[in-house]
Design a binder for this molecule. Structure first.
Ligand code: NAP
Ligand code: ZN
Ligand code: ZN
Length: 351
């Protein structure tokens, strides 16, 4: 076993603190990755604080992992020592269910292995990317194309695919009127992908001071949602709303901003909120959801980013600042993704 420094939450009310885990020695199909950067997703906070229930502790969060291949098993063909690679929200799945065969492993019926707060296929707990290395089956590793700075690539592994996938699947194309609700980690990627696809992009935000950032990120318009007038002025305006908000909010009010046959896709996972049928039926609207993406689509997204110059806007932090970063995210004060420089964990381990 490979002793590996990490940061963990001991229980739902505990701040993250240094913790040692063990990674398996790479088996014939495995890739051992030295982690360089790990993005900080709001799902890390939801789970480290057990807001979704059923959390397993101690928990080492982190599912936006970028690193370099340090070793490969005897049967690994595709990956070589030194390759720049990524790991997203899952590290294994059953491979035989309908979803896995379709390349939609995130919906695996046979027991997906989430990157943390989950179980390997052999039942051992999984630990995420707030750590110096990880051992992953070769089929669940992504290639980071040349040209994307590695720290700015890390958030693509969750925030990137979570926004790219629904925009593509639900048909956002050139000229679509797209609204991105919530300008955080997911939201800022939604703006970038929307623009890269040629959509007219509006940011809907409860933080009026983000107007300038929204424009800098490429948005065509900005609507401050703290003003009730905004819901009157923008009624029926959008073909598509991508809802990335992490806290409870009134879905009905936002559905009213869709035009006839418009679609609102939920990707944020706040506590439950009531939905009234007329919000949908009056203009034949659709309310949908989307969960990350499969391995094939995640690689497609990374290659799309390399081709279009899309990458995350990041604030690099040391792991020692992770608890303060969580507090800032809870205040919607992240511009626009915290990424942990894992070298800071290596330095701590050396002391
Ligand atoms: P984040 O960086 O914290 O951004 C969330 C944004 O939501 C904030 O920046 C803020 O934007 C808005 N917001 C927060 N509190 C609000 C409130 N009380 N009222 C209105 N707006 C509020 O979070 P993230 O990492 O992007 O994640 C967002 C959500 O997506 C989380 O629930 C996360 O668990 C979920 N998620 C889902 C998937 C999936 O596959 N479906 C994948 C990853 C994450 P403004 O300041 O612009 O209003
Ligand atoms: Zn995530
Ligand atoms: Zn499966």
């Amino acid at each position: 076993m490979l002793k590996t420094p990490a940061y963990a939450a001991a229980h739902a009310k505990a701040p993250l603190a240094p913790f040692a885990i063990e990674r398996r020695e790479p088996g014939p199909r495995d890739v051992l990755i030295d982690i360089l950067y790990c993005g900080v997703c709001h799902s890390d906070i939801h789970q480290a604080r057990d807001e979704w229930g059923g959390a397993v502790f101690p928990m080492v969060p982190g599912h936006e992992i970028v690193g370099r291949v340090a070793a490969v098993g005897s049967g690994v063909q595709e990956w070589r020592v030194g390759d720049n690679v990524g790991v997203g929200c899952f590290v294994d799945s059953c491979r035989v269910c309908e979803a896995c065969v379709a390349g939609e492993e995130q919906f695996c019926d046979g027991g997906i292995a989430f990157t943390y707060n989950g179980q390997e296929r052999d039942g051992k707990p999984t630990y995420g990317g707030y750590s110096t290395r990880i051992t992953v089956d070769q089929d669940y590793v992504l290639r980071i194309p040349d040209g994307i700075p590695l720290a700015r690539a890390a958030p693509l592994l969750c925030a990137g695919i979570t926004t790219y996938s629904p925009l593509r699947r639900f048909g956002v194309v050139a000229g679509s009127r797209l609204a991105v609700l919530g300008l955080g980690g997911l939201g800022h990627m939604g703006v970038k992908f929307g623009k890269a696809l040629g959509a007219h992009v509006t940011v809907l935000s409860h933080s009026p001071d983000k107007r300038g950032d929204a424009e800098r990120l490429g948005a065509d318009a900005f609507v401050a949602t703290h003003d009730p007038e905004a819901f009157v002025q923008n009624a029926g305006r959008f073909d598509f709303i991508l809802d990335t908000v992490s806290a409870a909010h009134d879905y009905n009010a936002y559905l009213n901003l869709l035009r006839r046959d418009g679609t609102m896709v939920l990707v944020g996972v706040p506590e439950p909120t009531l939905l009234a049928a007329p919000a949908l039926i009056m203009k034949r609207k659709r309310l949908a959801g989307s969960l990350i993406g499969g391995i094939r689509e995640t690689q497609e997204m990374l290659d799309f980013c390399a081709g279009t110059g899309v990458a995350a806007d990041v604030e690099l932090i040391d792991i020692q600042d992770i608890n303060a970063a969580y507090e800032r995210m809870l205040r919607s004060d992240v511009r626009y993704r915290f990424v942990i420089d894992i070298a800071s964990l290596g330095r701590e381990a050396a002391v």
